[in-house]
Design a protein around this ligand. Structure first.
Ligand SMILES: [Fe+2]
Length: 425
């Protein structure tokens, strides 16, 4: 008994001694460490010299700052770093208690890796990195994911992490709408970002909305996709009322245009939303001198799911795709991978626009989907999700479609000849 007491006394003494020599604020420092959630890279301006970074914190961290420096300076990071204060606003999700911080970094060097940390000026997060686009880009690769909408986002996370691991040189990635099932339900976004953050804090994402971004927990009730626009900061060069949802940007010799096909859901808020986009699209495509023109919109003008038609979207946009000779239009919504022949209007025409439906990156799949005579290739990813690897080169645009298990589903190219024809015309 006496021995037991002595052993206890020794243990208590040792424990007290250890606590005494620990750095005093250790426990407090752990509790106070700046915790940035859902760190996300986008562009709101030129891809070569800017980077926009968005993150969230609990409301106990109302101020957001970013400290950044070229990676070459990382061993003297604190001394060399520039500090920028973010624009910080409450996340428009009732009861989330979160603040969204947005910092747009400008005046960066092209083709340069930067290290950054997020904080409030006193406490800072771990280090992250991003790399700006080269000024002279002969060729680049980007990744396209179909609808990630699911009843759980672990599998989406596995797919996007695997795709990035297999394509670490990807310049950016996109998801073609319906990222989540109910866009006004923040708990779904939380799962989506938790699953994707390891990738999108390192490589830029340029996503677009689908119909599900307008859905609310009340059946049949719709909203503008405010949680999408709060969490993804995208170029504000679109038409009035649709900024951040409709936008364009350039990467290398390609011009990318993102459109909003949700007329059925959003016309109740913006009745002329298609007309606004038509005028803007006509001017936007007329103004670009880039070799490749690539359009992304959620609902394809050429649906493959039976019973679906997107006639108003098709009537608004396809004549402009033809007029400006858009190379490729990539869509989602049908949860199927499908590729049309080159089309002008509804006619198969050499040198026309190719319409691709990107398949799915989430859980939702349709059993009954059928191609029509305009489709050159069709695959229902019912068994497993997929993604697209798009290589944009000087001579050709190449696309490979890959399943989650790494099987090649489709591979096709649009050669330079059409470009020459386009320049000659
Ligand atoms: Fe959809």
């Amino acid at each position: 008994m006496a021995g037991y007491r002595i052993r206890n006394s020794i243990l208590i003494f040792l424990l007290t001694a250890v606590l005494a020599v620990l750095p005093v604020p250790l426990a407090r420092a752990v509790a106070d460490a700046y915790t940035a959630q859902h760190v996300t890279l986008t562009w709101t301006d030129k891809v070569t010299v800017t980077q926009t970074i968005t993150w969230k914190t609990e409301s106990s961290w109302p101020v957001g700052k970013i400290m950044y420096a070229e990676k070459a300076d990382s061993n003297v990071f604190a001394a060399k770093a520039t500090v920028v204060t973010a624009v910080s606003r409450p996340l428009p999700a009732d009861g989330s208690g979160l603040v969204v911080h947005v910092a747009a970094l400008t005046g960066l060097k092209p083709d340069t890796t930067y290290m950054y940390r997020l904080g409030d000026g006193d406490s800072w997060s771990r280090s992250y990195w991003f790399t700006t686009a080269p000024a002279d880009t002969a060729a680049f690769r980007f990744l396209v994911f179909g609808d990630s909408q699911s009843d759980g986002y672990e599998n989406w996370g596995r797919l996007v992490r695997q795709a990035y691991r297999d394509n670490p040189q990807a310049a950016f990635l996109t998801v073609v709408g319906d990222l989540v099932d109910v866009g006004a339900d923040y708990s779904q976004w939380r799962e989506w970002f938790d699953a994707a953050e390891a990738v999108i804090s390192n490589v830029t994402i340029m996503p677009l909305t689908g119909n599900h971004e307008t859905y609310t927990p009340v059946w049949g009730e719709r909203t503008m996709p405010v949680l999408f626009t709060a969490q993804f900061k995208l170029p504000a060069n679109g038409p009035d009322g649709l900024q951040g949802l409709v936008y364009s940007f350039d990467y290398g010799d390609a011009h990318f245009v993102i459109l909003d096909s949700q007329e059925r859901e959003e016309a109740r808020f913006i009745p002329d939303m298609l007309a606004r986009q038509q005028a803007w699209l006509d001017a936007d495509l007329a103004a670009t001198a880039k070799r490749w023109k690539i359009v992304l919109l959620h609902k394809t003008p050429y649906p493959v799911k039976s019973g679906r038609s997107n006639e108003s979207v098709k009537a608004a946009f396809v004549p402009l795709f033809d007029k400006h000779r858009v190379d490729v239009v990539i869509s989602g919504h049908d949860h199927v991978y499908a590729r049309t022949y080159p089309l002008t209007g509804d006619k198969i025409t050499a040198g026309g626009t190719i319409y691709v439906t990107a398949g799915r990156s989430g859980a939702k799949a349709y059993q009954y989907v059928t191609p029509n005579e305009l489709h050159e290739f069709f695959h229902n990813p019912f068994e497993e999700p997929n993604y697209l690897v798009v290589e944009v080169g000087q001579d050709k645009l190449s696309v490979k479609t890959v399943s989650q298990s790494g099987q090649q589903i489709d591979s096709w190219q649009r050669p330079q000849e059409r470009t020459q024809e386009k320049i000659a015309s």
